[in-house]
Design a protein around this ligand. Structure first.
Ligand code: G3H
Ligand code: 13P
Ligand code: ZN
Length: 283
């Protein structure tokens, strides 16, 4: 059943667990995620980047999610991931997304507040929830110095001002994760997370969670992370199985034979993450 992101995350925030937010670009990925969530009785976010919107089309993605979400009993939020502009956010709001992220994190604070506030005004008038980001993720390597951290990571005082003035429903924070495959071992700034959670007392989002060790994820959840974004590990699960299948069977040309196993592996990975985040049985 399709619900707003806020409905899912308010419950996670009050009850101290995190919900998986999984990126998808095609039918098989979406089926894998929703089938895993249904089996685990877990609320879930399915999310589309701007790249996914142009790859598959806004109408196609919306129709697929509305259809498949109506076939499961667990709460599902259709979320725009890293919306780069007011216009993209509005396009998704008009096309049935129930949650949008406006990523103004590359702007100075005032600009980020301004674009986020504009999206909040339109989204809330349509009953759609909003995520924004403060601080910068990115190619974070092992030995980042304290001054660099302070410049990149979310500043707790700014975070308070940001949510008060923008009115967003949940906030993505930068505490040491990066998108894609890590070169070093990510080390999260848990003190910063604790401070932000205490000051804001609202749902918080962790991006770039693929490749972060299980203990760090559990600790981040215990300290107040409520939405965890996973893309890279699902892409790898899909692609690794596809490569292995095609290497073993060089004659196959029926798509269903070689995509089906990838779908199974993505589902298994989603189940693993749902259990790690503690959202199993929460629907
Ligand atoms: O945060 C970024 C997501 O992994 C989406 O990546 O823009 O390649 O679809 P993408
Ligand atoms: P990963 O690809 O590192 O899992 O990051 C996902 C993400 O943050 C999507 O917004
Ligand atoms: Zn992200």
């Amino acid at each position: 059943m399709l619900v707003t992101g806020k409905e899912i995350l308010d419950h996670a925030h009050k009850n101290g667990y995190a919900v998986g937010a999984f990126n998808f670009v095609n039918m098989e990925m979406l089926q894998a995620i929703l089938s895993a969530a249904e089996e685990e009785k877990a609320p879930v976010f399915v999310q589309t980047s701007e790249g996914a919107l142009s790859y598959a089309g806004v109408g196609m993605l919306s129709a697929m999610v509305h259809q498949l979400a109506s076939e499961v009993s667990v709460p599902v939020a259709l979320h725009l991931d890293h919306g780069g502009s007011f216009e993209t956010a509005v396009k998704c709001i008009r096309n049935g997304w129930s949650s949008v992220m406006i990523d103004g994190s590359h702007h100075p604070l005032e600009g980020n507040i301004e674009v986020s506030r504009r999206v909040v005004d339109v989204a809330h008038a349509s009953g759609v929830s909003v995520e924004a980001e403060l601080g910068r993720l990115g190619g974070i390597e092992d030995n980042i110095c304290v001054d660099e951290k302070d410049a990149m990571y979310t500043n707790p005082a700014e975070a308070k001002q940001f949510v008060t003035e923008s009115g967003v429903d949940y906030l993505a924070i930068a505490i040491g994760t990066a998108h894609g495959k890590y070169k070093g071992v990510p080390k999260l700034d848990f003190d910063r997370l604790s401070t932000i959670k205490q000051d804001l007392n609202m749902p918080l989002v962790l991006h770039g969670a693929s490749g972060v060790d299980e203990e760090s994820i559990k600790k981040a959840v215990s300290l107040g992370i409520n939405k965890i974004n996973i893309d890279t590990e699902l892409r790898c699960a899909y692609t690794d199985r596809l490569r292995a299948y095609l290497a073993e069977d060089t004659e196959v040309y029926d798509l269903r034979k070689y995509i089906g196993p990838s779908r199974e592996d993505v589902k298994a990975k989603v189940i693993e993450k749902i259990r790690l985040f503690g959202s199993n049985g929460k629907a």
